[in-house]
Design a protein around this ligand. Structure first.
Ligand SMILES: *Cc1c(COP(=O)(O)O)cnc(C)c1O
Length: 414
């Protein structure tokens, strides 16, 4: 497959569709996703583990558009959810609740009831009090809740502190030392069925070593539990594999799969995987138009997308590629690419060499993950539309928000 976003005769396309055509038809800012890229990413992941019993549960917080979920559901994917809202999205998108694992440190009783009623595959329990609450909710509903504990292997994933989740000081998971006692407690509760174990050590990981170290620790614990009379059905190694934004070297999938296949050799547990970014990150771009060029000691290209549309640069100082949809021949200048929001942190990119004129279209690349999903209405800005490109067809998969959508739930006090 060619890269999903590529130039044909000096015009950037998504698959076979010129991005300029999408901007004309649907306006900007617009998120554009490539169906071929989503499918290729899922298949690559799934096929890398073909030699093992496994289930790929897409961590949908990365991008929860129904059309994206539906693409993965049709390929047999499961989902890693972190809220009741995400469960409702899975069901609306045609996903199979029996392939859903439910992560998150703060599940409410109502979310637990909804997930039990839907018949999800497993609750990834993150604390002792959560286990007790789940046991009560399940007993009241006359059900047995399938449980795996998310354990914290205390391994440094070597990534940004905001997206590192597997260290002792993080809020996630139960610590390794207390896990056996929790499993014994869970095994004694009639409304709980112990099914597995889970971890997730961080995001945008670009080294194999922390993944191997954490998975090996996890399997050591599985063996100890089996000796204690608590055999498990599945081992969930979480997500976290990184992608290339700038010059990172992502872990090749075949190396990751070979590492896990080596550790799983001779074992009977099903392997569960929770990739998010790796399935969607490079399959999306944010299309935006230059409104003004403001030249000075620092020159600003003010575009119609902003931090409310794409928060990653402001939040993590993340770097995204920025390319002209129709590059100009003229001399390049150095631009700060910024949005209209009233915050100095409202930038999309710093110091980019581009030849620009007002009205030009820019494509902000690698914007399929944690992009639209983290958007907001800050500054009363309606959220962008989302389109899914499929060959030479374009499907509007979320219409642009209207200003009156923004205050539809509000009222004025008498
Ligand atoms: C966010 C998250 C993932 C996915 O992380 P990526 O870095 O996007 O692969 C997987 N599992 C859990 C529990 C998560 O919170």
């Amino acid at each position: 497959m060619t890269a999903p976003f590529h130039y044909v005769d000096g015009r950037m396309h998504a698959e076979r569709v010129p991005l300029a055509r999408i901007a004309d038809e649907f306006g900007t800012p617009a998120y554009v996703y490539s169906r071929a890229a989503l499918e290729a990413n899922f298949r690559a992941f799934d096929e890398a583990f073909a030699s093992l019993p496994h289930l790929v549960c897409y961590a949908m917080k990365a991008n929860s558009n129904l059309a994206v979920l539906n693409v993965f559901a049709r390929l047999g994917g499961g989902f890693d959810i972190v809220s009741g809202g995400e469960l409702a999205r899975v069901i609306a998108a045609g996903g199979d609740p029996a392939k859903v694992v439910f992560s998150g440190v703060g599940k409410t009783a109502a979310e637990m009831r909804a997930a039990l009623a839907a018949g999800i595959r497993c609750f990834n329990v993150e604390s002792a009090p959560e286990l007790e609450r789940l046991a009560e909710v399940a007993a009241a509903a006359g059900r047995r809740a399938p449980v795996s504990f998310r354990v914290n292997p205390d391994v440094d994933p070597g990534t940004h502190p905001y997206i590192s989740t597997g260290l002792k000081e993080n809020k996630f998971g139960v610590d390794f030392a207390s896990a056996p006692a929790l499993y014994r407690r869970a095994a004694s509760l009639p409304s709980i069925r112990v099914t597995g174990i889970d971890m997730h050590i961080g995001s945008q990981i670009t080294e194999l070593r922390p993944c191997r170290e954490a998975a090996a620790k996890l399997l050591g614990l599985v063996d100890a539990l089996a000796r204690d009379g608590i055999p498990l059905e599945h081992v969930d190694v979480g997500g976290g594999l990184g992608i290339r934004y700038r010059d990172e070297s992502p872990v090749p999938l075949h190396e990751y799969a070979a590492m896990l296949a080596g550790l799983m050799r001779g074992r009977r547990e099903t392997l569960v995987l929770e990739p998010g970014r790796r399935l969607v990150g490079d399959a999306g771009a944010l299309l935006t138009r230059v409104e003004y060029l403001k030249r000075g000691s620092r020159s600003f290209a003010i575009v119609d997308a902003a931090m409310n549309d794409l928060l990653r640069p402001a939040l993590y100082d993340a770097w995204h590629p920025v390319d002209a949809v129709a590059p100009r021949a003229g001399p390049a200048e150095t631009w700060q690419v910024v949005g209209p929001v009233c915050e100095s942190g409202d930038f999309l990119a710093h110091d980019r060499e581009l030849a620009l004129a007002p009205g030009d279209l820019l494509a902000i690349g690698a914007a399929g993950a944690y992009a639209m999903a983290m958007s907001s209405n800050y500054n009363a800005r309606p959220r962008a539309c989302e389109v899914l490109v499929d060959g030479d067809r374009v499907h509007l998969v979320r219409r642009r928000e209207r200003v009156d959508d923004l205050f539809a739930g509000e009222s004025i006090a008498p």
